[in-house]
Design a protein around this ligand. Structure first.
Ligand code: SF4
Length: 510
């Protein structure tokens, strides 16, 4: 039953969108695309937008969007229940969104466990980078896991579904032959197929399947809305994979090869969209690594459109990039040294980022009129000592001096903000092999850092939650039993401490 307020809110969201395509409900085969987070977060995700666009571009299929803002769950386009769709595609971009999946099933009135769902319910297909990192927490809830870029296998999957007619057994049998696709134990049981052996269930997914010419159609936001993180900004994907190998990062070690979109294609996409958008956000793991980034910035300068970057590696950011950013009216430069000491930066694979380079980048940004600075650091790194921790406030104190001096030229002192995270070892990365710092020691290091940072004027910082870091660790490293934690956390209404306590009790008894 759709209540008045929900309907009103959805109408408001839809009326603010530009570029959205809405096919009639039921005239074609229907697929739901689910982002297990809010509209605000989901519509900021390019991968989710592609999936929606690709399905709608298929002549026999229509796609409608679901987010977690609504209870009961409803599609945005026609206010339909998830149970009205043949396939539901979930995109999981953040580990903590696994918890939202459980909530979504409840709001959708769909049984959580695969073997409890009969043919009257849609088949659940799940992909996204978190599934590649660790799919085990949601294994008992989904029918099909996909470790592939959508462009590589989506149309093959839809075609197999059409060919199988209503015969789900046949579809599941055929689809498991596609590269990067795994049919879960529960789905095999439900539809009378040979289940995967236990070793396969416990193993990581097969290697990710990449699309060859992934840029053959424009990799841009097709729907613009003011109700996202990047309000009315058209996101443009510049590259996939990453040429760097930061030792803590999943992308650099698992989503390669590094592939870039040719400059001509990028120019065409941007030129075609200037009527729709005046701001463009370049998306890539390391934007500065695109071999023609300076030419692209110059081109945007000529067009007079504003530009921002999803990530800036201070090692490689160029002066033309900073100039374009400043001309675009950017108020904040964000850099991620991750560690204060050069020793730890080297351990993290950031040996090309000595303090001198960091100072140079910040100095240039200030000179060009970008007033505010945000920096990312991590604590709890393997081998971290008090000396390494103190290197952060030491670096900030020195930077602050330059920052204040540089800001004076412009007649105002900008804000210096630090975002402190806790290191969580991600599987399939080099740092996962090291022993992480014990939690108690990480807590001591956090306190030490907090005390030192409080002594510095004009420095704002946020400290991380060790409980959330523990949950994140459980979700990226946990085995098939982690699904029980998700259910517990749901029952505890996301009271994380209580959920962890309960889970640890259960795990200790097992
Ligand atoms: S942290 Fe960024 S630059 Fe480093 S490997 Fe990962 S995506 Fe690439």
């Amino acid at each position: 039953m759709v209540n008045f307020r929900q309907r009103q809110r959805i109408e408001l969201l839809l009326s603010a969108e530009r570029g959205a395509m809405r096919k009639p409900f039921g005239a074609q085969r229907m697929a739901g695309v689910v982002f297990p987070n809010t509209y605000h977060v989901g519509m900021s995700n390019l991968g989710f937008q592609y999936l929606h666009r690709l399905i709608n571009a298929h002549p026999n299929w229509a796609a409608e969007r679901f987010f977690t803002d609504f209870d009961p769950a409803l599609s945005l386009e026609h206010l339909r229940s998830p149970a009205d769709f043949e396939l539901l595609f979930f995109t999981v971009a953040f580990e903590l969104d696994y918890l939202n999946i459980v909530e979504f099933f409840e709001r959708a009135r769909i049984p959580l466990f695969t073997e409890e769902r009969g043919p009257e319910y849609p088949l659940i297909v799940c992909g996204g980078v978190c599934v590649d990192v660790n799919h085990h927490p949601i294994y008992p809830f989904v029918d099909i896991l996909v470790n592939a870029e959508a462009e590589a296998i989506l149309y093959d999957l839809l075609q197999l579904y059409e060919e199988a007619g209503d015969n789900r057994r046949r579809f599941l049998q055929d689809v498991r032959r596609l590269p990067g696709v795994e049919v879960t134990y529960g789905a095999c049981q439900r539809y009378d197929l040979d289940p995967p052996p236990i070793e396969e269930q416990r193993a990581p997914l097969p290697d990710r399947v990449e699309a060859r010419e992934f840029w053959s159609s424009p990799l841009c936001s097709h729907i613009l809305t003011p109700h996202t993180e990047f309000s009315d900004m058209c996101l443009v994907e510049l590259a996939r994979g990453c040429p760097y190998r930061c030792t803590f990062c999943f992308v650099g070690h698992n989503l390669n090869p590094y592939r870039t979109v040719p400059l001509d294609a990028l120019k065409t996409w941007i030129a075609e969209r200037t009527g729709m958008a005046k701001r463009f956000g370049f998306v890539a793991s390391a934007v500065a690594s695109h071999p023609q980034i300076d030419e692209l910035c110059e081109y945007c300068d000529e067009l007079g459109v504003a530009v921002s970057y999803s990530s800036l590696r201070a090692e490689d950011v160029t002066l033309p990039m900073l100039r374009t950013l400043a001309r675009s009216g950017a108020q904040m430069l964000t850099v991620a040294p991750e560690a204060g000491s050069f020793r730890l930066r080297r351990l993290l694979g950031k040996a090309r980022l000595p303090d001198e380079r960091l100072f140079w980048v910040i100095e240039q940004a200030l000179r060009l009129g970008i007033p505010n600075l945000k920096m990312y650091f991590m604590l709890g790194l393997p081998t971290e000592t008090e000396e390494d921790v103190l290197a952060i406030p030491d670096l900030i104190a020195r930077l602050r001096k330059e920052f204040v001096a540089g800001s004076r030229e412009h007649g105002r002192i900008g804000a210096l903000a630090l975002n402190i995270g806790v290191f969580v070892p991600i599987p399939k990365t080099p740092l996962a092999k090291f022993d992480p710092l014990p939690e108690e020691l990480t807590r001591r290091h956090l306190r030490l850092l907090e005390r030192q940072l409080r002594r510095l004027d004009n420095v704002r910082f946020t400290l991380p939650s060790l409980t959330l870091a523990r949950i994140q660790r459980l979700l990226v490293q946990g085995d098939l039993r982690t699904a029980d934690f998700l259910r517990l956390a749901h029952c505890c209404k996301k009271n994380w401490r209580e959920a962890l306590r309960e889970w640890e009790k259960v795990a200790a008894q097992a």
